[in-house]
Ligand binder design. Structure first.
Ligand code: ADP
Length: 275
C-alpha cells in the first residue's frame, strides 16, 4: 500500500456559522491521482482548502507526511504542497513569466534572491504548461484557457511533490483538458508526484483517476478505484443523475451516458427526417 502523504482525520470545517464538512476522513496516497467529484456546493473546495491549511478546521486535524500541518512553518508547507485554488486572480499587469516566477517564492532566501535552479524550474514549468510563447505578455490580457495554463505553470514551478488543483480544466478546450490530464497523470506515475484534483467532468474523472472520491453534502459517500465507485447507482445517489455506465472501448474505463429526457428522440438519418 502506498504511503499516505496527506490525511484528514474527522474534519469538520466551514465558514462563520455554516458547517460544510462534517467528520470527513480522507487520505491522499503517494504517487496516485486522487480525484474529488461531487455536485456544486458539496464541499470539494472546502475540503481542498482545509487539507492545504488555507482554512482551519473547527474539529479534526490534517496530517502532512504524518505530522499536524499546523505545526509546520509556512515555508515548509509550501516546500511540500502546492495548491491552485479555484478562479485565482493575478495582480494587474503582471507578466506570465513573473507569475510563474512567484511559484519559486518558497525556494528563495533573503541573501540569495534568484538562482539558476529557479530559472530552470520556471523554464521547465512554462514549457510543460505550454505558456512559453507568451511569457512576456500580461496575464490579464490572455484568454481564460491561456491564463489557466499560466497558473498551472506557477504551481509546477514550485516543484512540490504534492499538488492540489481545484478544477484546473475550467475554461479549457476538450483537447487541452485531455493534454493537461495526461501530463498530470504522467507527473504522478512517472515522477512520483502526488495529485489531488477537483474535476467537474465525470467521464474525464473516471478516465484519469487512480482513486475516485465522491462527496455529497459535506460527506464522503464513495471512495475507491473508478471501476468500483463509478456506477450508475452511485451517480444517481450522489448527483441525482440518471445515466448508463458503460466501458470505454479504447481503455475499458467506465464512462457514463446521461439518460436524456423526452425532448430527445432517436437519431434519424437526415433524409428520413426531411421526408
Ligand atoms: P464545491 O467546491 O463542492 O462546489 P464549496 O466547498 O465551494 O463546494 O462550498 C460548500 C458550501 O460552502 C457552499 O454552500 C458554499 O456556498 C459555501 N461557501 C463556500 N465558500 C464560502 C465562503 N468563503 N464563505 C461562506 N460560505 C462559503
Amino acid at each position: 500500500m502506498p504511503a499516505c502523504r496527506l490525511q484528514g482525520d474527522r474534519l469538520t470545517a466551514g465558514y462563520e456559522g455554516r458547517r460544510v464538512l462534517d467528520g470527513v476522513d480522507f487520505r491522499v496516497e503517494e504517487g496516485r491521482v486522487t480525484v474529488l467529484l461531487g455536485p456544486n456546493g458539496s464541499g470539494k473546495s472546502t475540503l481542498l482548502k482545509t487539507l492545504a491549511r488555507t482554512l482551519t478546521p473547527e474539529a479534526g486535524r490534517v496530517l502532512l507526511d504524518g505530522r499536524d500541518i499546523h505545526r509546520y512553518r509556512t515555508r515548509e508547507v509550501a516546500h511540500r504542497l502546492g495548491i491552485l485554488p479555484q478562479s485565482p486572480t493575478a495582480p494587474e499587469g503582471l507578466t506570465v513569466r513573473e507569475l510563474v516566477g512567484m511559484g519559486r517564492f518558497p525556494h528563495q532566501r533573503l541573501w540569495r534572491q534568484w538562482s539558476a535552479a529557479d530559472e530552470r524550474a520556471v523554464h521547465e514549468a512554462m514549457a510543460i504548461a505550454r505558456v512559453a510563447d507568451f511569457a512576456a505578455r500580461p496575464v490579464d490580457a490572455l484568454s481564460g484557457g491561456q491564463r489557466q495554463r499560466c497558473w498551472i505553470a506557477m504551481v509546477l514551478a514550485q516543484e512540490t511533490d504534492l499538488i492540489l488543483l481545484d478544477e484546473p480544466t475550467t475554461f479549457l478546450d476538450l483537447k487541452v483538458q485531455v493534454e493537461l490530464l495526461e501530463l498530470l497523470v504522467k507527473l504522478a506515475h512517472e515522477r512520483g508526484r502526488t495529485l489531488l484534483l477537483v474535476l467537474h467532468d465525470l467521464n474525464l474523472a473516471a478516465a484519469y483517476a487512480d482513486v475516485l472520491v465522491m462527496l455529497r453534502d459535506g460527506r464522503i459517500e464513495h471512495h475507491g478505484p473508478p471501476e468500483t465507485v463509478f456506477t450508475a447507482a452511485n451517480l444517481k445517489r450522489v448527483f441525482d443523475l440518471e445515466a448508463e455506465v458503460m466501458r470505454a472501448p479504447n481503455t475499458g474505463r467506465p464512462i457514463c451516458v446521461p439518460g436524456l429526457g423526452t425532448a430527445v428522440g432517436p437519431a434519424h438519418p437526415r433524409h428520413e427526417v426531411s421526408a
